[in-house]
Design a binder for this molecule. Structure first.
Ligand SMILES: Nc1ncnc2c1ncn2[C@@H]1O[C@H](COP(=O)(O)OP(=O)(O)OP(=O)(O)O)[C@@H](O)[C@H]1O
Ligand SMILES: [Mg+2]
Length: 82
């Protein structure tokens, strides 16, 4: 009985207050902040590609923003590695 254990994998991550979609709608962001956001997103994509990961579902709802305004790619459900 005890030698059969079902393991359900879980991902533990910090709580992020907003998706990028909500974050951008909350208020007007100044140009410098938007340029920084785009730069950070580009660095994130570059890093994924260096790790041979294709996200394949990049959209505003799949990017969270932390309390310091830094974007975080998430939802790798459609991603591939090759
Ligand atoms: N770490 C987190 N902190 C806060 N909210 C989160 C976090 N992870 C997920 N969420 C919320 O859950 C939503 C869905 O997450 P995710 O995109 O990973 O799942 P999904 O099943 O693919 O949903 P969808 O089909 O809407 O993309 C996010 O848009 C976000 O609102
Ligand atoms: Mg999603």
């Amino acid at each position: 009985m005890w030698n059969k254990v079902t393991v359900n994998p879980v991902v533990i991550m910090p709580y992020y207050p907003d998706t990028l979609e909500v974050y951008l709608k909350k208020k007007d962001r100044d140009t410098d902040e938007l340029i920084t956001l785009c730069h950070q997103l580009a660095l994130g994509v570059e890093h994924m590609h260096k790790c041979r990961v294709k996200h394949r579902d990049i959209k505003l709802q799949n990017i969270m923003v932390d309390k310091d305004g830094k974007p975080k790619f998430m939802d790798f459900g459609e991603s591939t590695i090759k």
